[in-house]
Design a protein around this ligand. Structure first.
Ligand SMILES: [Ca+2]
Length: 371
């Protein structure tokens, strides 16, 4: 599914509609049949009537195209532990509404995470996407050394370009500051890289359209992993003033990939879906009898179709200093820059997810162009 192709189709369609509309307006003004049936008669007095309308409609064209441009995205992930990161990345890459510009990895075995992300980008023909390796250690807690089962898919051939070893926080800052338009940041792991970037270069706040993160639990007294693992980073991000949409366990737990839906992904049977099925089966070796919960893909889907979730607006604070309750997220509805997801249309989300992930990835000319 080519984003480039999508833009081209949108452009063609938009210009076609604009010209069509202008011709029809001129025709009606002259009491004639639609001009599209007699295009050679645009001349003389009629041309002078047509010209101002054509100029006005062509002036409106860039705004129309702008409104439908793909959303520029930075995707920050702890791919490799839970299964949903790989599924979320696939959803982002397969969605023409998004323009994934940068993928960054975070916490623990970040080198393996970066290699796994690179492998997945390759299967979706997207080695043009920039990649960077993030912080291995959260602000407070130590790095964990255990190896995730999904890394068993990596081989000696899965090496990453030199540029992918650069520090994620630096590359996030560079990418945002260099972007002519505001970008959407989608963190689906602990928020260490995002907090570091905000701390190192506060001016990036003005370059972020919105942070749409998977994290938190706002209607249950439970510390969600991404927030708890780096609660200091999470508190920094929620206190930053940047608009945030937080997709938490309250809604993500309702979204499971099991039964016939999982079989649809298996039946797609292209190299990318085969890779995802291999990851799911490796993940199931450590989680016997379980099916993937689509925590992270729901955050991505919320960027693609915001009306999939109902949200409430307010402020979020994170408990950072209590051994009993560290990582608990406290939501206060009312004034604030954060929206928390309160409900989700599960079936619509699953249908979108399956439509995108069962489609064969398109080969595009973009592969291998940025590294
Ligand atoms: Ca994750």
């Amino acid at each position: 599914m080519s984003q480039f192709g999508g833009v081209r189709r949108t452009l063609n369609y938009s210009i076609y509609k604009i010209v069509d509309l202008a011709l029809e307006m001129v025709s009606r003004a002259n009491g004639r049949k639609p001009l599209i049936q007699q295009p050679c008669r645009i001349q003389g007095r009629m041309f002078s009537r047509f010209l101002p309308i054509a100029i006005l409609t062509l002036l409106a064209a860039p705004a129309l195209v702008q409104a439908q441009k793909p959303i520029p995205v930075i995707f920050d992930t702890d791919i490799g532990d839970d299964i949903d990161d790989a599924l979320a990345l696939a959803l982002a890459l397969q969605s023409p509404e998004l323009d994934v510009r940068l993928v960054t990895t975070v916490v623990d075995d970040v080198d393996s995470r970066t290699r796994l992300a690179w492998k997945e980008l390759g299967l979706y023909h997207r080695h043009d996407v920039a990649l960077a390796t993030g912080a291995a250690q959260p602000f407070l807690d130590p790095q964990r050394e255990d190896k995730a089962a999904q890394f068993r898919l990596l081989t000696v051939d899965d090496t990453v370009p030199e540029a992918a070893h650069r520090r994620a926080a630096d590359v996030i800052i560079e990418t945002l500051m260099a972007s002519p338009e505001k970008m959407t940041v989608i963190p689906v792991g602990p928020l260490t890289n995002i907090a570091l970037a905000l701390r190192l270069e506060p001016r990036i706040k003005g370059k972020i359209e919105r942070i749409v993160l998977m994290g938190g639990a706002f209607r249950m007294n439970y510390p969600e992993y991404n927030i708890q693992r780096d609660r200091v980073a999470a508190q920094m991000v929620f206190a930053s003033g940047v608009p945030i949409t937080a997709v938490g366990l309250d809604v993500t737990r309702k979204c499971k990939l099991e039964g016939p839906d999982l079989e649809k992904l298996r039946a797609a049977n292209n190299p990318a879906s085969h890779f995802l099925m291999q990851l799911i089966e490796l993940w199931q070796t450590s989680n016997p009898g379980q099916f993937p919960t689509l925590h992270d893909p729901l955050a991505v889907a919320t960027v693609i179709r915001p009306n999939l979730v109902e949200t409430q607006t307010g402020a979020v604070e994170v408990e950072t200093n209590s051994p009993l309750t560290n990582g608990i997220t406290i939501f206060r509805q009312g004034a604030g820059t954060t929206q928390v997801a309160a409900d989700v249309n599960v079936r619509q989300f699953l249908d979108l997810f399956l439509e995108r992930l069962t489609a064969a990835p398109e080969e595009t000319h973009r592969d291998n162009t940025r590294h």
